[in-house]
Ligand binder design. Structure first.
Ligand code: NAD
Length: 499
């Protein structure tokens, strides 16, 4: 006797949504083919959506746009508020700025949102129940791109962290958790070492958490936090970090979920947002119709939620889950025994389109409630309180390579330098105190931080150039200075050993 299959019941495609245009950039490598596949699904699920195609990536670069996107791309994003962007190739060599970094900075896309979800057993995962969202600050930190070579041996990168930058990313993380019914936000920093920069991020996180009493808040040091993400991601729900840590952590999270090739991401700003896959342009498989379009498709789902078009977003998401469950897989996730049909890029997208209106059987179905919060968090930020700022010293960085780099020789020369209220205090090399005192084993570079300090009321702004003139007259090569201030009496600088 043959089994009688229940007829498939399809929910209808939503027809009553307002017309809306979004900017689309196909990008490089596999970008054009996965973008074509994704636009096909979008056209089926959301017929009122239209697309303005713009050029970003290599083609734009080769036609003279150093940023990798032309003015028409920027205009289109500004006009439509969103862009769905395919991966772009970053050529090596100078002159080319990353398209993503340029977009993020120009458009103020401060929040990078990356869900890392396991789709076990359809996509094998070390952590079958993993469901974590990493929210990374997107504009500040070492990514400000302010780097200098100061001596023969020493280069530096400035790590800039601002209170408004911390406020909006931390608030975004809690708003995201609230909008998605998530229960905990974990902040990860290295505030035990970088007490001022990462310390500020942690402090703002803790201040922000007080406004969300229903959501648990915890802070972890980034190193153990990353290790835990790899070994026990079940302990995390939403994670918020400064830029660099988030860059690394979000890849670790996506990798251990088993689905880095399937992950989409959102870059959210106050006025604009950019949606893209996590993976790159995969030049090794470009043009062969074998790339998996899932990362860009899930990014498009996030975009639809961001635009408030929850019905087509949920419909595409569920059709995609069902396609995975049905074993219709592109080569990258094809596993004998689990997969049933190996398909190319366009056939995979067609399989998703055929399933629009169906629900997954095994994997948790997407719900319309899983919207991207369209936040205007700037509005809820308190104005910064002005602290009383007093000049109490000067750090002078010297390029000095004499006398066998003996710090005592340099120290004795500096003992005689004095300007107004500023007087010599100590020397460090790579953050380690080498004079007075010091340890002969300490490696000494040609870059010396020499601290001059004084009493709060006793140092004047004029003492700074006066001191620098004296150092120049003494034949010393000043490569950089930092003023030392107290704010309401609290030092706004690290102690001699970075502590
Ligand atoms: P990649 O993600 O492009 O490729 C890594 C590996 O994964 C390759 O073997 C590739 O074939 C495979 N792969 C990637 N996406 C796939 C997909 N959708 N389906 C099937 N297999 C897929 O990383 P890469 O090789 O390090 O970088 C290639 C280029 O992409 C570089 O120029 C890099 O700068 C750029 N990139 C761009 C973005 C972006 O635009 N957001 C992100 C990462 C890398």
């Amino acid at each position: 006797m043959s089994a009688v299959l229940a007829p498939l019941s399809y929910a209808p495609i939503p027809q009553n949504l307002p017309a809306r245009t979004v900017a689309v950039a196909a990008g490089d490598g596999i970008g054009p083919e996965i973008t074509a596949a994704v636009l096909g699904v979008l056209a089926e699920a959301d017929p009122a959506l239209s697309f303005q195609q713009v050029t970003v990536g290599l083609k734009a670069y080769e036609s003279g746009a150093a940023s990798g996107f032309g003015p028409e791309a920027l205009d289109a994003v500004t006009e439509h508020g969103v862009i769905l962007k395919g991966p772009v190739m970053t050529p090596s060599g100078g002159g080319y700025k990353s398209v993503n970094v340029s977009f993020r900075k120009l458009l103020g896309l401060y929040a990078n949102v990356r869900p890392s979800i396991a789709y076990h057993p359809f996509v094998p995962s070390m952590h079958p129940a993993m469901d974590v969202v990493v929210i990374r600050e997107n504009e500040e930190d070492t990514y400000a791109g302010i780097e200098h070579r100061q001596t023969g041996e020493v280069v530096q990168c400035l790590k800039l962290i601002t209170r408004p930058g911390c406020e909006r990313i931390c608030r975004y993380a809690f708003e995201y958790a609230r909008a998605h019914g998530r229960r905990k936000v974990t902040c990860m920093t290295k505030s035990n070492i970088m007490k001022l920069t990462d310390g500020l991020f942690q402090q703002v996180f803790e201040e922000t958490a007080r406004d969300y009493p229903e959501i648990a808040a915890e802070h972890m040091i980034i190193d153990i936090g990353t290790a835990r993400m790899a070994s026990r991601p079940g302990g995390f729900d939403v994670v918020v970090t400064p830029n660099l840590y988030g860059d690394i952590l979000s890849d670790v999270a996506a990798e251990v979920s088993g689905s880095i090739g399937l992950a989409g991401s959102a870059n959210i700003g106050r006025d604009c947002a950019m949606f893209e896959a996590v993976h790159g342009s995969a030049p090794d498989i470009a043009g062969r119709d074998i790339a998996n379009p899932s990362g860009l498709l899930l990014a498009a789902v996030m975009m639809l939620h961001h635009l408030g078009r929850h019905a087509p977003a949920t419909m595409i998401h569920n059709a995609w889950l069902r396609t995975l469950e049905d074993g219709i897989h592109t080569s990258d996730i094809f596993r004998p025994g689990i997969s049933k049909r190996r398909v190319g890029t366009q056939a995979f997208a067609a399989a998703v389109s055929e399933r629009l209106g169906l629900q997954p059987h095994h994997l948790p179905a997407a719900r319309a409630a899983e919207a991207m919060p369209a936040l205007h968090v700037d509005k809820v930020m308190a104005p910064a309180r002005q602290a009383t700022k007093e000049l109490v010293g000067l750090d002078v960085f010297l390029h000095w390579d004499e006398a066998g780099r003996d710090p005592a020789v340099l120290g004795r020369r500096l003992e005689t330098v004095r300007a107004g209220g500023l007087q010599f205090e100590l020397i460090t090399n790579r953050g380690v105190k080498v004079y007075p005192g010091g340890c002969p084993q300490t490696l000494r570079s040609d870059h010396w931080r020499c601290r001059f300090s004084g009493e709060a009321a006793g140092v004047s702004a004029r003492d700074v150039p006066a001191l620098l003139l004296q150092l120049a007259a003494a034949g010393l090569d000043v490569v950089k200075t930092e003023n030392l201030y107290t704010f309401d009496g609290e030092p706004g600088f690290s102690r001699a050993q970075g502590a």
